[in-house]
Design a protein around this ligand. Structure first.
Ligand code: ZN
Length: 351
């Protein structure tokens, strides 16, 4: 009897098990499907915002650890960067510029993506971040190209206290910053000037140790020129420079490949070293254009006098004076290690 009962129950048990399986299958299918749509939604969100910015972020991850001691390992990186140089400028090394970019991205995303997307929890957090950092919009307006004409004043061959310290005072009057490309062999003698530049908030960059023509040097000598200077600057300021300017603006492929920094040249040469006349130098300075990187030298009192004449005039014309890094950030042109840069306006073809 028991056996017969069991036999009778078998179809019931089977039916029960089968319906259970069916229900689970339906639930699994439903879950899979909803996951799929969610992924698609996220992808679309990312894609619309700005794929270039995503590239920036990824590349920054790699380039963030620019370290002079890294060079032996970086041959792959060099090739990548060279390719980038050829194509053009789609990477970035400055974290602040990324934040800048990111805020922009969030804004763009807010405009282009409809509110209905707010179900997606990821974009929710970034959106609300964007909203709470509303003041950053006003912060950004400091760097608005619509409001001001920005240029970068650059001073080579210092430090030299007699000129540099007065330039710093003058910059303070205009709430301005400049970029000083320092020669390493001078730094011990003028260490207080180096510290003063850093304290004023201006930018310090590398102009080699002995001011040689870098194109004539061996690979090892090239590295020594740059690394020694960076070490000196770090010793007195705690800052490791992230940019170099080759002496005489002279470079070739070997120089670019050896040195994993943006090579900053200029697009406006005041020729102060040749003119040595404050009026002529100031004429040149005042003949500038927005987005320019202006070459001057720390060595000549005439350059300082020219600046005293020109800065008030340019300021009246809505010019503001920022560092090279800031200028590139303002124009949203990334600075590329191993790359050559003249000026962001030049690179964007604005002239
Ligand atoms: Zn020089």
């Amino acid at each position: 009897m028991d056996k017969e009962n069991q036999k009778r129950n078998i179809p019931k048990i089977l039916a029960f098990v089968f319906s259970g399986l069916l229900v689970s299958a339906v639930i699994i299918l439903f879950l899979l499907n909803s996951q799929k749509t969610k992924n698609t939604a996220e992808f679309v969100t990312q894609d619309t915002s700005d794929s270039i910015s995503e590239n920036n972020l990824n590349q920054t991850g790699q380039q963030g650890k620019i370290d002079p001691t890294d060079e032996q390992d970086s041959s792959n990186g060099q090739q990548q960067n060279n390719n980038l140089d050829d194509n053009t400028v789609h990477s970035t090394i400055d974290l602040s510029s990324i934040n800048h970019e990111k805020n922009k991205k969030t804004e763009k995303a807010e405009k282009t993506i409809s509110e209905s997307d707010s179900d997606s929890e990821d974009s929710d957090t970034s959106d609300s971040e964007g909203e709470t950092t509303e003041p950053s919009t006003s912060e950004k307006s400091i760097y608005s190209l619509a409001d001001y004409n920005y240029i970068a004043l650059t001073f080579d061959d210092g430090p030299y206290d007699e000129v540099d310290l007065e330039i710093l005072d003058l910059l303070n009057e205009y709430n301005a910053h400049a970029t000083f490309f320092l020669v390493g062999s001078r730094i011990d003698y003028y260490q207080d000037t180096v510290k003063a530049i850093a304290e004023q908030g201006s930018e310090i960059a590398n102009h080699s140790f002995n001011h040689p023509d870098l194109t004539t040097l061996s690979h090892e000598a090239l590295l020594a020129e740059i690394n020694l200077t960076n070490e000196k600057i770090k010793e007195y300021t705690g800052i490791t420079p992230t940019m170099i300017r080759p002496p005489y603006g002279a470079y070739n492929d070997s120089v670019l490949e050896a040195l994993p920094y943006p090579h900053i040249i200029w697009n406006h040469d005041t020729e102060d070293w040749r003119l040595r006349n404050a009026n002529l130098i100031s004429n040149s300075i005042e003949n500038t254009r927005p987005g320019s990187v202006i070459l001057m030298h720390s060595l000549f009192p005439e350059t300082l006098e020219a600046l005293k004449q020109s800065l008030p005039i340019l300021y009246e014309q809505n010019y503001r004076f920022v560092t090279v890094s800031e200028l590139y950030e303002i124009y949203e042109v990334p600075l590329i290690p191993h790359g050559i840069h003249n000026s962001p306006a030049d690179e964007l073809g604005i002239y």
